[in-house]
Design a protein around this ligand. Structure first.
Ligand code: FE2
Length: 379
């Protein structure tokens, strides 16, 4: 593994000054799904999101239905097609439910589009201005890996619930948040040999920097391996690890994903919490399924990570993983895939100083995934 050092405040300011693509954060993540009404219920009930906006036939939209859910700074959009031959229905037919849009919040969407197109991005939609009684929004989109896109969203002159075309909406039942704060990182899986191509895309087209490299020695078990590089934008609000499969004795989880998703796409969304014990207890009580970790992982945990604030017995019961780097430690856990195809899943992460990605847990984690693959007959 190689890591670049954390920038100083002066370096961050200098970086901000010469950043051609300043990003304020993740604006939203949009999934194309087969049945948005039922997906929206799942994410409200099980994950504690609140419904904040809606677009569909009732709001004059004839071709799609779309539900906007919010918890902390995490905004999830669930969209389905109402007609057979649309980009949305084609996406769902090919990939199953999955992430279509990783939307980035910017101050100037037209400039973000122009700067990235100039550097080789493929345009999906030119800058478009839409408005309603709450003001004006500018959006523009470019391609990234697979059928996934980045949409730049400029909303500084807008006060509505989401975007023009959406009406404010409320959950029909009482939802209780589980403590989600913000998107920590979003991981993409790409085909063997494509990882460096997409790292180069983020570096050259979007001005991102390479944060960390994991090779197949860092990420391997007896049977499977993968490689990963993490890129981030200048202020490090946006972090995108990119995985590709590596040669192993058996088929890796990345191969399995690429088969079932029919190509590259978003593998997992990591959401930050300030209290992972509470968040995971709540999610489990509402039926969210997590990967299970064998008891021996916890037997030597304290020797590996040193003193931690949390009760080890509780971590063991909840199957939460811990890892330490030079700056502190982190706690993390991974859900099982949230749809029938073994594709998209979620990570819940609590950072206590650590800025890394849980390298010390990779082995235990991948063995847990291999056990699931074994059951599915895809190892
Ligand atoms: Fe992750």
């Amino acid at each position: 593994m190689t890591t670049t050092k954390t920038p100083t405040l002066e370096e961050l300011h200098k970086n901000a000054a010469d950043d051609f693509l300043p990003l304020n954060g993740t604006d939203y993540i949009e999934l194309y799904v087969g049945n948005a009404k039922q997906s929206a219920h799942y994410y409200q009930h099980a994950f504690g999101f609140e419904l904040v906006a809606y677009s569909g036939p009732e709001t004059g939209q004839r071709e799609l239905a779309s539900y906007v859910l919010q918890q902390g700074k995490v905004r999830l959009v669930l969209t389905t097609s109402l007609i057979p031959n649309s980009v949305i229905s084609g996406h769902v037919q090919r990939h199953g439910d999955g992430v279509k849009v990783l939307a980035l919040w910017v101050d100037d969407a037209a400039k973000a589009h122009a700067e990235t197109i100039l550097r080789g991005a493929v345009s999906v939609s030119e800058p478009k201005t839409t408005f309603d009684e709450f003001g004006v929004v500018v959006t523009a989109s470019i391609m990234t890996y697979g059928d996934t896109i980045h949409t730049f969203v400029e909303r500084k002159n807008y006060t509505g619930p989401f975007l023009p075309g959406y009406k404010a909406a409320k959950s029909l039942f009482k939802t209780t948040p589980v403590g989600f704060k913000y998107i920590d990182h979003c991981v993409g899986n790409v085909a063997l040999g494509d990882m460096n191509k997409w790292v180069k895309f983020y570096e050259e087209v979007m001005g991102f920097k390479l944060l960390i490299t994991f090779d197949d020695h860092d990420i391997s078990t007896e049977y499977t391996a993968l490689m990963s590089k993490v890129v981030s934008n200048k202020n490090e609000y946006i972090k995108f690890p990119i995985n590709e499969p590596a040669e192993g004795k058996k088929r890796s989880q990345i191969d399995e994903y690429l088969d079932f998703y029919q190509g590259a796409g978003v593998q997992h969304i990591a959401i930050a919490t300030d209290d992972i014990l509470h968040t995971v207890s709540e999610l489990k009580s509402r039926g969210v399924e997590f990967l299970s970790i064998p008891g021996y992982y916890y037997d030597d945990l304290l020797q590996r990570v040193g003193k931690i604030d949390e009760d080890i017995q509780l971590l063991r019961e909840l199957n939460i993983l811990v890892d330490r780097d030079e700056e502190g430690y982190l706690l993390q856990i991974f859900t099982k895939p949230v749809e029938d195809r073994p594709t998209l899943f979620f990570e819940i992460i609590q950072r206590k100083g650590a800025k890394s990605f849980g390298k010390g847990n990779f082995k235990a984690l991948f063995e847990a995934i291999e056990r699931e693959q074994e059951i599915r007959g895809t190892l």
